[in-house]
Design a protein around this ligand. Structure first.
Ligand code: PAF
Length: 282
């Protein structure tokens, strides 16, 4: 595995591979790898002749009072894990390379960026879309792989790729969970033992709604009520949002008809976690 930090060198390598007719799979990350990241890499490995993983904690997607400075980092460990997954290039650009002084171009995906995480994290998806478009231009992938834990992010990037005619297939892969159900996240490392226990209420709440739906309940308000009661039961948890949404448009649905996504974000102590599940309708 090669580690490339220079964006020009990354672009040159990708161009050389494409000239040789190699397909490129790409997994963008912010590092501190867990099994969720590794599952994306494994999938990417099957999809392309060459696999590029980027590791960049993107300042443009963090708000001024968010966790940019304390976001967990461990390049040495990450490089070992990526190499073991058969990654060809670990791309680790610097912030100065991605956003040199005088930088002034940003990508904004409209409607899909506004609700859910977009409402509580103004500017977040603008930062995500911008960096992902830049990374696509550097790694030149045929296929890019994203985790479904950040479901809104996946939809935003798919919309950007469609709207801007990007020659890349944007694929979502299922959430990887701890044995007790907690969705894997680099931010789980912030949790104390009590908070870790309380964090389980997110998936338990989502599952409570899924159980009501499986029992025939179709009213969104009833499904949301079932989830809310579980998520807010712990005094350590403060709900940010809980919504039943159309899986494509992310607009709220009032009745479960086809499939819908049930999405939540909650503060567990000082850590903001997100989770979502697919709920099948009729
Ligand atoms: O999901 C993430 O880790 C980030 O938002 C991404 C897609 C790497 C963009 O910085």
């Amino acid at each position: 595995m090669e580690i490339i930090s220079d964006s020009g060198a990354m672009q040159e390598q990708a161009r050389a591979w494409r000239t040789e007719g190699r397909t490129i799979a790409f997994v963008p990350t912010m590092g501190y790898f867990h099994q969720g990241h590794l599952s994306l890499m494994r999938y990417g490995r099957e999809q392309g002749r060459r696999l590029v993983v980027s590791l960049f904690v993107n300042p443009a997607q963090f708000g001024p009072s968010e966790d940019l400075d304390r976001y967990p980092r461990d390049l040495e460990r990450d490089a070992g894990l990526a190499a073991a997954e058969g990654v060809d290039v670990l791309f680790t650009p610097t912030a100065g390379d991605m956003y040199p002084s005088g930088y002034q171009t940003y990508v904004e995906v409209g409607e899909l960026s506004r609700g859910l995480c977009g409402a509580s994290r103004p500017g977040h998806f603008r930062g995500v879309a911008t960096v992902v478009l830049k990374l696509f231009n550097l790694a030149a992938p045929d296929v890019a792989v994203f985790g479904e834990k950040d479901y809104q992010q996946l939809r935003v990037i798919q919309q950007m790729a469609a709207d801007l005619n990007l020659p890349v297939r944007v694929v979502g892969r299922p959430i990887v969970r701890e044995p007790d159900g907690l969705a894997l996240s680099s931010r789980n490392t912030y949790l104390s033992i009590e908070e870790r226990r309380a964090a389980l209420s997110l998936i338990q709440g989502l599952n409570a709604a899924a159980a009501r739906a499986a029992g025939g309940e179709r009213r969104a308000e009833a499904l949301l009520g079932a989830a809310r009661a579980v998520i807010t039961a712990s005094p350590l948890v403060r709900l940010d949002y809980l919504e039943l949404a159309d899986p494509d448009t992310l607009k709220p649905v009032e009745r479960l008809q086809g499939a819908a996504r049930l999405l939540t974000a909650a503060w567990v102590g000082a850590t903001r976690l997100i989770d979502n599940i697919l709920i099948e309708g009729d």
